[in-house]
Design a protein around this ligand. Structure first.
Ligand SMILES: C[S@@+](CC[C@H](N)C(=O)[O-])C[C@H]1O[C@@H](n2cnc3c(N)ncnc32)[C@H](O)[C@@H]1O
Length: 210
């Protein structure tokens, strides 16, 4: 999806009811995310957030697990401005870039994205997941959160994305697991929320065989 469509989304005012529903969703989502990351040692570690938006979840992960730094990538300046306003004294830097053309020498302990990968479909699906795997350290982790194939996720898409001209193709559990494997990530944990409306997948970057 082009950055212009996302800029239109960032410019839309949010109503109070929607913000309240999101706040509840965030409380539940954080519990699931923290539970999935329970066995991962992120203390003093580094996090990359692709399509970071406000980077709310990754800042919460930093607090909870004692990560040292966070790099948030987004192609909307409005998103990055929001991150700068919220970061307080956390070591958070922002990069203005399309995640697909991001080129960094650094590798991270955790590469994260939430509600981003579903906006890549067809031939772009695998390269989008590979771009996550690419920036993980060997033995490091990738956590991707995407909508699953439920009525609820289709309804949220219709309410939030369609008015701004943003399209998405929801994942199935089989598809996301298969893409992780093809990208060189061993799936080490999964969670499904609200009857499969949200799919959480945690993978570990493994050495390429051969
Ligand atoms: C639905 S929002 C999710 C934001 C955040 N990850 C969260 O969970 O709240 C998707 C974000 O991804 C960004 N985005 C979408 N496609 C992108 C791309 N190709 N490169 C960089 N950012 C992208 C959008 O600007 C937007 O901020």
């Amino acid at each position: 999806m082009p950055a212009e469509a996302w800029k239109a989304m960032w410019a839309r005012p949010s109503n109070a009811l929607w913000l309240r529903l999101c706040a509840w969703g965030n409380v539940i989502g954080d519990r699931v995310t923290f539970g999935l990351l329970k066995g991962v040692d992120l203390s003093g570690g580094t996090i990359l957030d692709l399509g970071c938006g406000h980077a709310r979840t990754t800042m919460a992960i930093m607090h909870r697990f004692g990560a040292r730094s966070l790099t948030g990538v987004d192609f909307c300046e409005e998103a990055l401005e929001s991150v700068k306003r919220r970061r307080g004294d956390l070591a958070v830097r922002t990069i203005h870039s399309d995640l697909m053309s991001l080129d960094l020498d650094e590798r991270f302990d955790l590469v994260f994205s939430a509600y981003v990968a579903e906006h890549f479909w067809g031939d772009l699906r695998l390269p989008a997941i590979q771009q996550h795997a690419r920036f993980a350290k060997e033995g490091g982790h990738v956590l991707i959160i995407v909508p699953g194939p439920s009525f609820l996720s289709r309804a949220v898409n219709a309410a939030c994305n369609t008015p701004s001209g943003i399209n998405q193709v929801n994942f199935t559990r089989v598809e996301i697991n298969n893409l992780f494997t093809r990208a060189g990530l061993r799936v080490v944990g999964t969670r499904n929320l609200l009857f499969g409306s949200t799919l959480y997948t945690l993978g570990r970057k493994v050495k390429p065989s051969g």
